[in-house]
Design a protein around this ligand. Sequence first.
Ligand SMILES: NC(=O)c1ccc[n+]([C@@H]2O[C@H](COP(=O)([O-])OP(=O)(O)OC[C@H]3O[C@@H](n4cnc5c(N)ncnc54)[C@H](OP(=O)(O)O)[C@@H]3O)[C@@H](O)[C@H]2O)c1
Length: 349
Amino acid sequence: MILVTGGTGFVGPKIVHALRATGGEVRVLARLEVPGPARPDAEPLLAELPAGAGVILLTGGTGFVGGHVVHALRARDYAVRALVREPAKAAKLESWGVELARGDMTDAESLRRALEGCDVVVHLVAIRQGKEEAFERIMIRGTRELVAAAKDAGVRRFVHMSALGTGEDTKDLVPYYRGKWEMEQTVNGAGIEHVVFRPSFVFGRDGGILPTFRKLARIAPVTPIIGSGRQRIQPIWADDVAAYFAEAIDKPEAANRTFELGGPDAVTWNEFWARLKRVLGLRRPSVHVPVGLMRANALVTERLPGNIPLTRDLLTMLEHGDNVVTNDDAENTFALPLVPLDEQLRRAA
Ligand SMILES: NC(=O)c1ccc[n+]([C@@H]2O[C@H](COP(=O)([O-])OP(=O)(O)OC[C@H]3O[C@@H](n4cnc5c(N)ncnc54)[C@H](OP(=O)(O)O)[C@@H]3O)[C@@H](O)[C@H]2O)c1
């Protein structure tokens, strides 16, 4: 953990974004518990930017990946406006120099308002649980409205978050994949320059599935591994995903392409659990739990409050096959340094 003093001043926020964008855990010494806009005098108000300076509309900025993307964009000095459902809950984004636009993917008019003066969209919103109708309304119809509004607003580039596993062959497997597939079709067919990213599991200290696994490894006397554990995953560190998004804002070679994103290591679930326990210094045995039994558990956890990640849809996706990249397009086009898996696990321990 790095303690930054003077983090709310002129230079301070720059240093905070740069540290956060490279994976540093930062604590800012501040006189107020929730500091106001990070540098009110130095951060030019978006309204005062010269015409054409380029504002990025970010959706999903309040989510796990969103926070990392904000730091990567702000570290590169991009002006960011975040579409948020409840501005009162987004004070953190404001304190990072982000302008807030109240809106919802299900409210087309709010998307049009948020897009005024924007020339790039970074679209991260998705849901993982809920009724099929919610996937249709938020992901599929919401993206169609956003893309249409972006076209009307003269947006020059649309950077879109998809997910590894999305494809024509998987679109009928679960509503999440269908939503992701339809969203990609909308973005690809919009006639706006675009970049699509399909990451494998995104790991971080502060969200995604890794903290749940870490907790499970620490408290369960035996670690349950779903099914045979022989399917492979290729986790990527959240700051690395964010760096891909930030680089995609202006990179000409990325235009109109889809990139699969994974970290440097592809491992089976068996190997992942062994590595996690090694990093945590735990010597607990693992047990393979048949998918059918996990499904019965998921039937219960789906109905509990708190968005517990174990759902029947997740099991269907895990069972389907490997979640690893199939080409080196992202590596060749962006040439970004990526955090190896053991280091990801150490940072999140
Ligand atoms: N995490 C991973 O391992 C992973 C892997 C591959 C791909 N992805 C993709 O990465 C993206 C971000 O994932 P995440 O893990 O950061 O998700 P998350 O933490 O659940 O964040 C979801 C974001 O979407 C917003 N949102 C949901 N419904 C909305 C609506 N109707 N209108 C406006 N905003 C809405 C949420 O806003 P509120 O704060 O208001 O709820 C939140 O900001 C998703 O597209 C996901 O599919 C994630």
